[in-house]
Design a binder for this molecule. Sequence first.
Ligand SMILES: *[C@@H]1O[C@H](CO)[C@@H](O)[C@H](O)[C@H]1NC(C)=O
Ligand SMILES: *[C@@H]1O[C@H](CO)[C@@H](O)[C@H](O)[C@H]1NC(C)=O
Ligand SMILES: *[C@@H]1O[C@H](CO)[C@@H](O)[C@H](O)[C@H]1NC(C)=O
Ligand SMILES: *[C@@H]1O[C@H](CO)[C@@H](O)[C@H](O)[C@H]1NC(C)=O
Ligand SMILES: *[C@@H]1O[C@H](CO)[C@@H](O)[C@H](O)[C@H]1NC(C)=O
Ligand SMILES: *[C@@H]1O[C@H](CO)[C@@H](O)[C@H](O)[C@H]1NC(C)=O
Length: 347
Amino acid sequence: MKIIFILTLTAYFSQAEVTFRSFQVQHKKKYSALELTRREQIFNQNLIKIQKNNEKYRKGLVSYQMGINQFSDLTEEEFSSRFKTLPLNNTKLKNVLTQDSNNFNISDLPESIDWREKGIVTEVKDQGLCGACWAFSATGALEGQLALNYKTLIPISEQQLIDCDTKVNVGCDGGYIQEALQFATTNGLTTEENYPYIQARGYCRKWKKNVVRGGGYVNILPYNETDLKLAVGLMGPVSVAIHSGPFQFYQSGIHSGAACTDNVDHGVLVVGYGKNTSSQEEYWLLKNSWGTSWGENGYFKLAMSKNNTGLCGIAKQSCYPINVTNCGYSLVQNVLVLGLVCIKLFF
Ligand SMILES: *[C@@H]1O[C@H](CO)[C@@H](O)[C@H](O)[C@H]1NC(C)=O
Ligand SMILES: *[C@@H]1O[C@H](CO)[C@@H](O)[C@H](O)[C@H]1NC(C)=O
Ligand SMILES: *[C@@H]1O[C@H](CO)[C@@H](O)[C@H](O)[C@H]1NC(C)=O
Ligand SMILES: *[C@@H]1O[C@H](CO)[C@@H](O)[C@H](O)[C@H]1NC(C)=O
Ligand SMILES: *[C@@H]1O[C@H](CO)[C@@H](O)[C@H](O)[C@H]1NC(C)=O
Ligand SMILES: *[C@@H]1O[C@H](CO)[C@@H](O)[C@H](O)[C@H]1NC(C)=O
């Protein structure tokens, strides 16, 4: 009896060791000799967390799976310290519009929507080791409005925001999504191609032509998922902030919001909503900026709450840009069309 127990234990640990090795290879992790032991310990603790969750998933107790990803060697604290959207301080935001949901008719809401299918969501990006989620959330919302208005889907530069939008925002150390949308309104933004991402804060450079200019933004009243749904369903992708910790090992399915608080620290983009027809569970569809190996090819689903206030703080500080124009040029079938003024184009 004793021997069998020990053998099982040995088999378990060597399996974990193999898993850790392949994790290191897959995610190109290099540790100093000193760090290796600590990272392996953290990894193994995380692995147990992942396995416990997936056991519950197999029993039908939770509707999402966890998996090993680039964050599997980090403690919860280390993980959370990477993604910083500053908590909203309303006193710093001037002349802000609030969504008047009376302008919408709730019966116009589609039952479900996935803006990716409408061709207005760019490829999933990877912020890497830089806490500029706020910039990624903002460019995602701008890209959506630009594509809706001009039928041109162009990746917009986060680096420009990181380097140049520095009055309040602090680059890789965090920022307000709203402040970024305000910057886009005042200064315009160029393409990712013109001003590429470098995962660090640099000097604000001169850039070639702007491709987008915001026309202000709208805040959605907090803690009301119906208002959020009206915006996502009828306006386009919406920037939100969430509590990121519980998503460290998320792999697929509808996250229940377990272990979530509304202490939001991470900016992401709502690109749709829907309902699982067999479980009847309603969810938000979100685009993250952690690369495509995380989650469902970079996306995730979060359950809608039972009391309409939103899980993980999703409805706490959401917003979207309005009156987004194409100031500079548009790409029409790869032909550069130059324009000196902002002209609303329809094609
Ligand atoms: C919000 O901003 C105001 C003005 O800058 C400042 O006095 C206040 O301490 C800030 N509050 C928080 C919670 O950061
Ligand atoms: C939430 O928003 C909807 C739509 O605007 C509104 O009808 C409802 O009264 C709001 N709920 C609360 C609690 O404010
Ligand atoms: C909302 O839309 C429905 C269906 O199109 C229509 O019957 C209703 O009158 C509209 N309500 C308002 C307030 O416009
Ligand atoms: C819907 O929910 C059922 C039951 O929880 C699950 O088996 C199925 O995989 C879900 N479907 C999708 C598309 O996630
Ligand atoms: C809504 O539900 C959540 C848990 O799902 C709870 O934490 C929160 O206090 C509730 N809010 C209200 C206003 O009932
Ligand atoms: C600006 O956006 C608001 C809200 O979407 C809209 O009502 C208004 O007509 C827009 N203004 C212009 C000039 O497009």
